[in-house]
Design a protein around this ligand. Structure first.
Ligand code: SF4
Ligand code: SF4
Length: 104
């Protein structure tokens, strides 16, 4: 997995501790057979991490997956977990990575 670095645009003063700031990386676990295909998790993910897979589950619904190449972009905010009406998603905080502050 590539090492993810969060890029935070800053206008004005740059924080003095910018090189010490870490952000979480989440691991998304989806129980595909509980999914009803509503798409809430995809719509509400602030990082655009999720998409519908090409497959259907045993109930006949298309279920979400992590987009290829976006594995390190989840910030473990838990939004997908909270909005899922079927409790099909669990997010675990796997690690912390540095944040890159970008001057604008
Ligand atoms: S935890 Fe947050 S960033 Fe990660 S996939 Fe869910 S909604 Fe997206
Ligand atoms: S919010 Fe839950 S039920 Fe809806 S698509 Fe995502 S995993 Fe499936």
């Amino acid at each position: 997995m590539r090492v993810p670095v969060a890029r935070i645009p800053v206008r004005g003063r740059i924080p003095l501790n910018r090189n010490e700031t870490l952000r979480p990386v989440g691991e998304v676990h989806i129980d595909k057979d509980l999914c009803k295909g509503c798409g809430f998790c995809i719509e509400f993910c602030p990082m655009g991490v999720l998409e519908f897979s090409d497959s259907i589950n045993k109930q006949g619904y298309q279920y979400p997956r992590v987009k290829p190449g976006k594995e390190g972009d989840c910030v473990a905010c838990g939004m997908c977990e909270r909005v899922c009406p079927e409790l099909a998603i669990e997010v675990r905080e796997a690690s912390l990575v540095p944040v890159e502050v970008v001057w604008q």
